[in-house]
Design a protein around this ligand. Sequence first.
Ligand code: SF4
Length: 430
Amino acid sequence: MQPRRPTRQVTLGDDRVGFVRIGGGLNGTTPAPISVQTMTTGYTHGIDKCVAEINRLTAAGAEVVRVAVPERKDTEALKEIIPQVRVPIVADVHFHFKRALEAVEAGVHKIRLNPGNIQDRDQVIEVINACKAAQGGRGIPIRIGVNEGSIIERKDKQKRLKELGAFFHDNKRGYLLAIMITKLEEYLDIFYEQNFHDIVISAKSMDVPTVVDAYTEISKRFDHPLHLGVTHAGPKETGCIRSVVALGTLIANGIGDTIRISYASDSKYEVEDGLEMLYSLGVRERKGAELIACPTCGRIQVDLVSLVQDVRNKVSTQIQLPIKLAVMGCIVNGPGEAEGADVAVFAGDRKGIIYVQGEKVANVPEEEILSRLLEECLKFQDKVKRGEAKLGEKKVEIIPPDPIGELGSGWEKAAHDHKGKGVSLTVGGA
Ligand code: SF4
C-alpha cells in the first residue's frame, strides 16, 4: 500500500446533517477517511419515495447521496427533501446551469457539474458565485465530473492535444487521457480565476485501465481531492469486479478521497460493496461484524452456504462491533483460517462446535447453529461493551475438536481403513 496522496480538503454538510470532509493533508488539514457515496435511482420530484430511498441508503452506510435534477420540479422538490434526510445531498447537474442555481437555493450541499455539457463561461461563473455565497456565505463545493464522453472547446485545444498526445504517445489510451486533462485544465482555469478552490475532480470511464490511467495522471497534475468511480459498470455481479479492480488499484496506490461504485441495481449494494472494499484494504475502520467463511468442499456435512447467508443477514442488523466471526465447514483448515476470530463455528456431521475467543462453548445440532451462534455473538458483544472482553484480544488457539467423536464427521471410515497403520488425522492438511 502506498501512502495517501495529500490534497486540499473540502467539506460538505451543515449543522443538521453533519459534515463530511473529503481529502486533506495540505494546508494543515488532516486527511479524512475515504468516504462512500451513492446516487438515488428514483425520481427526485417523487418526494416521499426519494426521501425514503435516501434514508435507506444512509442506513446502509452512505455518507453522501447524489440526486438527479433534470427538471425544475426536481430542484423544487429538494426544498422538501433536504429537511427530511440526515446526510449531505449533492445535486447532479447536466445541460442546464439554472438547475445548479436552483439546487443551491434549495439548500443542497454540493453541486456536480459536467464540463461536457455546461461549457458557457458566464454560466459557470454564475454557478461558482452561487456556490461561494451558499450556506450563509460558508460556501459549498463543486465536483467537476469529466466523463469519457465530455468535450470542451478551447482556442488552443488542438495545440494542447498535440502536446499531451505526444506525452502519452506510448499509451493506447493516450488520446482520451489528453482530452480529459485538456478539458480539466480549461474548466479549472475558470474556477481559479474566480478564486474558487472548493473542488473535487472525477474522471470516470467504463474501461478499467482507462480509469486507472486517468486518475493516476490527474493525481500528478492537480491537488484537488479525487472522487473515484467506474461509470456504466453494469449489473452488480460484473460491475462489482470492474469497480473494485479499478478503485482498489488506485486506493492501494494512495489515490482517491471519496468513492462511488455504480451498479445497474439497488444502490444499497453500491454502498455495502464500497464499504467492504475500503475495510478489506484496511483504509477504513470496520463497522459491524467481519465474516470469514470457508468456500465448502466435498467434506461438507451441513448446508453451510445457507448458514453463511443466514449468519450474514442476522449479524448485519444485530452486531455493531467489528467482531471477527468464522463459519467453517470442518476442522481440516478451520483453526488456521479462523485464527484471530472472536467467535467461530466448526461444522461436522449435521452439528457444529462453537468457540468464543478460543474457548469451546457449545456443541449443537445443525438446526440450532444459527441461533446459538448469534446468541454467542450478542453475549460477546455485550461483554465487550461492558469492558469485560476485548475484540481480537485472544489469539484463537483452538484445540481442534475430535473429528470422529465430537464432530462425527464421517471420518470413521478413514480412521477404520487406516487402523493399525499408524495414521493420525491432522489439522491443516486439506
Ligand atoms: S476442508 Fe473443511 S473448511 Fe475447508 S472448504 Fe472443505 S469443508 Fe470448508
